[in-house]
Design a protein around this ligand. Structure first.
Ligand code: NAP
Ligand code: HSE
Length: 430
């Protein structure tokens, strides 16, 4: 006879509805394969009147005590979002021995260690595959398959909304605003889409991935980030002319044993594996001398896609016993954070300069004095001004930024220079 596993859900929006749909469609398969019947016992929402296909209205509640105070709930699925009161509620559930599956990267990137400690103390499990790259099982791969692979670098496209916007702008010439609206309509964007376009969503995911890959506590405050909201379409177009593709990248690597993590728009050579990752897809490139390169690619956002990772975590909890190594808190190797500016990279620089004799020579001499050398130059006259685009050879970022600061001070330079990291070519961080 089947054993019933009672599920309490916090939230039932884009991802929650996906969970309801998958559990409904796969109930028979799950019961045959595991001997367990999953039952959605209670669902916390704000609006009791909203349409929730596939859900009996009787299970809906607006009172969290109907879930947290019910001892018969076996597993809580948190697909509500937000940091508070979610943190407080999950701490309570984990502390009382109720296992939790969550898709909430902002919560984990701020309070992951506290939540994992509560799970260990309460003899419960906290699983969060859906929090990073939706349907791609990157956390399972890092935590289990590559646990001892001594990962040196994690680089990837970890936000579906921004990848969708950049891809659509290039593919169909859609405007930034229209592409963002489409991403929202398709259920890819966060409730507050500035988290996506500003880079905060990707930063939270990179904090989670780096913590696991480098066995070190990395929180969102350790991750400097910028998004695509300040990006100029000119730079996207020029990059394309030069054979690069602009992507919002998470770049995490070990620099002399210290952890360096960041999120920024970066240029990827057209033939690089990350260049062809389009739409709302995500991809993560993992590197270590042991495994060389492994790239995981797939759907990075969306209700059903994310829900598939949530359901997979529920099944993993059902299949693992408390106290196994998977249920434990993340190991902490105590690595320091790398000093800002220490990462070496190639760079794209765009300067708007006065079109006068000798300007290019003065620009290259300022760069030369900082020991920064130029790989490619593209110059275009535009009346009294000229646009100077350079790809710089690989150099430490701090040194390059210092040189760019000196260029910005030159009287012939008319606008703040644009500096963008180039990854993945022979000149980029590897
Ligand atoms: P959503 O569509 O906005 O759904 C949120 C749900 O939570 C809604 O059902 C809402 O209730 C409920 N809710 C929110 N605050 C509540 C509160 N204080 N009390 C009770 N109920 C509350 O969000 P989503 O896109 O499904 O995302 C949910 C989580 O998954 C977030 O952490 C997000 O970062 C993460 N995630 C999303 C995706 C994606 O592609 N969308 C992918 C990966 C991870 P009402 O329905 O009554 O408004
Ligand atoms: N808003 C997120 C994204 C959802 O676009 O990637 C997946 O975490």
């Amino acid at each position: 006879m089947s054993h019933v596993v009672r599920i309490g859900m916090l939230g039932c929006g884009t991802v929650g509805q996906g969970v309801v749909g998958i559990l409904h469609e796969t109930a028979g398969t799950i019961e045959r394969a595991t001997g367990h019947r999953l039952e959605i016992a209670k669902v916390l929402v704000r609006d009791l009147q909203a349409d929730r296909p596939g859900l009996d209205r009787g299970v809906l509640t607006t009172d969290v005590e109907d879930i947290l105070g019910d001892d018969r709930i076996d597993i809580i699925i948190e697909v509500m979002g937000g940091v508070e009161p979610t943190r407080e509620w999950l701490l309570r559930a984990l502390g009382h021995g109720t296992s939790v599956v969550t898709a909430n990267k902002q919560l984990l990137a701020r309070h992951g260690p506290e939540l994992l400690a509560a799970a260990e103390e309460g003899g419960s499990e906290l699983r969060f595959e859906a929090s990073v790259c939706a349907a791609i099982p990157v956390i399972k791969v890092l935590r289990e398959a590559l646990l001892a692979a001594e990962i040196e670098s994690v680089m990837g496209i970890v936000n579906g909304t921004t990848n969708y916007i950049l891809s659509e702008m290039r593919r169909s010439g859609m405007s930034y605003g229209d592409a963002l609206r489409q991403a929202q309509d398709l259920g890819y964007a966060e409730a507050d889409p500035t988290e996506d376009v500003g880079g905060g969503d990707a930063a939270a995911k990179m904090a989670i991935l780096s913590s696991i890959a480098f066995h070190t506590r990395v929180l969102i405050d350790d991750v400097p980030y910028s998004g695509i909201d300040a990006l100029q379409s000119d730079d996207v177009d020029i990059a394309h002319e030069l054979g690069f593709v602009m992507k919002l990248l998470g770049i995490a690597r070990l620099v002399d044993g210290a952890v360096s993590v960041r999120v920024e728009p970066a240029l990827v050579p057209g033939d690089h594996p990350l260049a062809s990752v389009g739409g709302a897809d995500n991809a993560v490139l993992l590197e270590s001398s042991m495994v060389r390169q492994i790239m995981l690619e797939g759907p990075g956002a969306g209700g059903t896609e994310t829900a598939s990772a949530v359901v997979s975590d529920v099944l993993s909890i059902m299949g693992s016993r408390p106290g196994s190594f998977l249920a434990g808190a993340l190991a902490d190797a105590g690595r320091p954070m790398a000093p800002e500016g220490s990462l070496e990279s190639a760079f794209y620089v765009r300067l708007e300069v006065a079109d006068q004799p000798g300007v290019l020579a003065r620009v290259s001499s300022v760069l030369g004095e900082s020991d920064v050398s130029i790989l490619t130059v593209l110059q275009r006259g535009e009346g009294e001004s000229a646009r100077l685009v350079m790809i710089l050879h690989r150099a430490p970022e701090g040194r390059v930024r210092q040189a760019i600061g000196r260029l910005a001070d030159m009287p012939e330079v008319r606008e703040q220079p644009v500096l963008i990291t180039v990854v993945g070519s022979g000149e980029a961080p590897r």
